[in-house]
Design a binder for this molecule. Structure first.
Ligand SMILES: [Zn+2]
Length: 120
């Protein structure tokens, strides 16, 4: 499987921008820029809002990629029509996701061998 396909390429904003349009950096409690006098309170509030929106977009993309991987990997191991596929995937995910998607695939392949041995 090509795991690069499931990499989240969206930006995750770790900090809130505090750059005035003049280039100065303001403090979060400033109302006006100490260098140019611009109202920076609104700029700061906009930065907070923008950061929240970017985080939401990042999380939505992560969820979309998770779903895409789940569908693809279940197909890859031949379980896409198995009646217990969600439970099986859930276990593989729990046990393997700390090693990323390759870890989930490893766990899933072991479970597939196991359920085939049992004739399930
Ligand atoms: Zn300024």
């Amino acid at each position: 499987m090509d795991f690069d396909k499931y990499k989240n390429t969206f930006e995750y904003p770790r900090t809130i921008s505090r750059n005035c349009s003049c280039g100065a950096i303001f403090n979060k409690n400033d109302n006006f820029c100490s260098k140019c006098g611009n109202n920076v309170k609104k700029a700061y509030e906009d930065s907070i809002k923008e950061r929240k929106e970017k985080i939401k977009a990042y999380n939505d993309e992560a969820q979309r990629l998770n779903e895409l991987f789940k569908n693809d990997v279940l197909k890859y191991v031949g379980l896409e029509n198995h009646p217990k596929k969600d439970i099986i995937y859930g276990k593989a995910y729990m046990d393997g996701h700390s090693y990323g998607y390759p870890g989930v695939l490893d766990e899933l392949e072991e479970l597939v061998d196991f359920i085939h041995d049992l004739g399930l």
